[in-house]
Ligand binder design. Structure first.
Ligand code: GLN
Length: 284
């Protein structure tokens, strides 16, 4: 008889920073229960099919597959999102982008908000869940990601969020926003981290951006001003060593009040700037 308590010990065979949590999540998933159930009923025996399913998932985890892919789900902010191999898995680091956007635009006005490279829809949906009065759009150049984000919008009861198939601003001609957020690809092509951990199972197109990791950020900055309202904000996530370079690029692109914010690990993880060009405002 193989009990829950006995299977929880299997964490020891995983070479993962989060081995205990990984095993708990896989076991709870197989049983269709919460993690607390595992500690309430440690003596419960698994049925043969449950055991087989658990062993298969554990073997895939040992081979490095991300837990989010094995479960098909990932929590982000207060939301439970479907994930797939077509997009980046939402990271806790990115919640800083959501927090900063909410703090920056606390007013209850009906702002127009854009999430560039939305993937699962994580950032767009988190913002919409906190600010129902905002008009939120998420775009992605990967058609499967747009479908995934639309699915997540419905399952999170946030059907008002608009998701479009667009290569950065390509489908947004003539549209302006009060707030643009993005977690673009920002890893350098030859970064050794690409050969480690979860990123090995995520699409390169969502991770890598040229020799220095900044190609997509440069590309976004070329067009961002033309899509921002006067005093609108741009918030970009980037690598922990890229903040100074991103601040310089933003300043050169004409943004003011350029500043970076640190994540919980103390790394400068996002940079923001305000578009304050009177002439642009007069032109619209
Ligand atoms: N934060 C991710 C990582 O370093 C990368 C995400 C991205 O490129 N946008 O694993």
């Amino acid at each position: 008889m193989t009990t829950i308590a006995c299977l929880l010990q299997r964490a020891a065979c995983l070479d993962s920073d989060s081995a205990k949590l990984d095993v708990e999540l896989l076991l709870a998933h197989v049983l269709g229960q919460s993690r607390s159930y595992l500690y309430t009923w440690p003596g419960k025996a698994l049925a043969a099919d449950e055991l087989e399913q658990f062993e298969q998932l554990l073997a895939r985890r040992r081979a490095g597959e991300p837990v989010a892919h094995l479960l098909g789900r990932q929590g982000f902010w207060t939301l439970d999102l479907r994930v797939s191999t077509d997009t980046l898995i939402p990271r806790p680091d990115t919640e800083l982008l959501v927090e900063t956007a909410l703090a920056l635009c606390a007013a209850r006005s009906p702002l127009r908000v854009l999430d560039l490279g939305t993937g699962t829809g994580a950032i767009a949906l988190a913002l919409a869940s906190e600010r129902p009065q905002w008009q939120v759009t998420g775009v992605d150049r990967v058609a499967e990601a747009v479908q995934l984000a639309q699915h997540n919008a419905l399952s999170c009861h946030l059907g008002g969020v608009r998701f479009l198939h667009s290569n950065w601003f390509s489908a947004l001609a003539g549209e302006r926003f009060d707030l643009i957020v993005s977690n673009p690809p920002y890893i350098a092509l030859l970064d050794p981290h690409l050969a480690q951990g979860d990123v090995r199972f995520e699409p390169m197109s969502a991770l890598v951006s040229g020799a220095d990791g900044l190609d997509d950020i440069r590309r976004i900055l070329v067009d961002a001003g033309a899509h921002l309202n006067e005093r609108g904000w741009l918030l970009l996530e980037h690598g922990w060593q890229q903040a100074a370079a991103v601040r310089e690029l933003m300043q050169r692109a004409g943004f003011s009040q350029v500043q970076s914010r640190r994540d919980l690990a103390g790394h400068e993880r996002i940079t923001l700037g305000q578009w304050a060009h009177q002439q642009e405002a007069l032109a619209c």
